[in-house]
Write a protein that binds this ligand. Structure first.
Ligand SMILES: *Cc1c(COP(=O)(O)O)cnc(C)c1O
Length: 385
């Protein structure tokens, strides 16, 4: 059997760094060192300082590059560190076209920090390729995608955007946090840089904050390397190890959670007291066909509208099983309230325009038995204070 033909789930366990070359140990050693001795100064060691390179972090960086099918990977202190470091590829005066329902933290970065550095952006509904095209200006340098988007799971045609962006010589960046490379490999569809909040599904246990980036070409890899080292946004050694530990079970976790998410979405759709259910696996979900062309799964996040802010708060107070928290993608289910949590940085008017209503809840389905999760949500939906 050729190593190259391994299926993705096998690759998650057999990625090349799973056994320590020096001792045969069954996991990567923690090289808890900031610097490296130069035995011979004329012949420096491979790694000389841990900001520039650390052997434990390197295994993780090679691991994500392999999974995403890119040339080089990078690990950062958080998803936002990965995203902000990547935007540093651009310069003052550059314009970026961004999906309008971008992650709240990315929205804040673009509208309250990068704007001060002279970068401008236009938010567009990326479900509509014409809107992407009409946002083009003479100084446009990049397109930033997120699909399915957060929290209403809107679908962008990745290949369609990339084809147009290539004609215009624009850099394409995609936040792949929701799908992970298990279900969606954007580089294969033409994207230049893939980003992750590895805090979510890749880490999977709500115990590590991390970000990852993967570059399609050597040139972009070199540029990202210079930025990661220059900005110092690297992931620490212990967190690199912990993240790899989580990533090994991505396939099993996602498969279970996705099956449960489909059941939850179907159950919610059948209720008359729910105003809307968002899940790419639902038959009526807008963009479902495009999603199915570019992804092999639907993921584990289901959003639904309970009708009002008052009712949303009642449900949040009444649920017993899920964590009520910011974040997603963990072994335990997490119920979050976008209007007051992840998207609180967005003004109310903009939020409502983007479908993030006061009654919208986002359920990230974990590994509990789905019947227990549904029974819990059922009692919470019936609850009154
Ligand atoms: C959480 C999240 C981020 C930010 O990641 P952190 O690890 O919290 O910095 C970025 N994008 C998406 C889609 C996310 O869910």
């Amino acid at each position: 059997m050729s190593e190259d033909n391994l299926k993705f789930e096998t690759r998650l366990l057999h990625f090349g760094g799973e056994i320590d070359k020096a001792t045969g140990a069954s996991s990567v050693p923690l090289y808890q060192a900031s610097t490296f001795h130069h035995e011979d100064v004329f012949n420096p060691p491979l790694h000389d300082y841990s900001r520039s390179g650390n052997p434990t972090r390197q295994v993780l960086e090679d691991y994500i590059a392999l999974l995403e099918g890119g040339i080089r990977g990078f690990a950062y202190a958080s998803g936002m560190a990965a995203i902000s470091s990547t935007f540093m590829l651009l310069s003052s005066g550059d314009h970026i076209i961004v999906t309008e329902d971008v992650y709240g933290g990315t929205y804040r970065l673009l509208t309250s920090i990068l704007n001060r550095m002279g970068m401008e952006c236009t938010f567009v509904d990326m479900t509509d390729l014409d809107q992407v095209k009409s946002a083009y200006k003479a100084n446009t340098k990049a397109v930033y995608m997120e699909t399915p988007s957060n929290p209403t799971l809107k679908i962008t045609d990745i290949g369609g955007v990339c084809e147009w962006a290539r004609e215009k010589e624009l850099l394409t960046i995609l936040d792949n946090t929701f799908m992970t490379p298990l279900y969606q490999r954007p580089i294969e569809l033409g994207v230049d840089i893939v980003l992750h909040s590895a805090t979510k599904f890749l880490g999977g246990h709500s115990d590590v904050l991390a970000g990852l980036a993967v570059a399609r070409t050597k040139e972009l890899g070199d540029a990202l390397k210079q930025l990661q080292n220059g900005l110092g946004t690297v992931l620490g050694v212990q967190d690199s190890w912990l993240l790899m530990r989580g990533m090994k079970t991505l396939g099993a976790r996602m498969a279970h959670s996705e099956q449960s998410a489909a059941k939850l979405a179907a159950w919610l759709s059948g209720r008359s007291d729910i105003e809307g259910v968002y899940y790419p696996g639902l038959l009526h979900h807008p963009g479902r066909e495009i999603h199915e062309k570019q992804s092999s799964g639907y993921g584990a996040v289901v959003s639904f509208d309970v009708g009002s802010g008052q009712r949303a708060k009642e449900v949040l107070n009444a649920v017993k099983l899920p964590l009520v928290a910011v974040s997603l993608g963990a072994v335990e289910s997490i119920l979050s309230y976008p209007a007051m949590m992840s998207h609180a940085a967005m003004g109310e008017k903009v939020r409502h325009e983007r479908g993030i209503t006061d009654g919208l809840l986002r359920f990230s389905v974990g590994l509990e038995d789905i019947d227990d999760l549904i029974a819990d949500l059922d009692q919470a939906l019936a609850a009154r204070p």
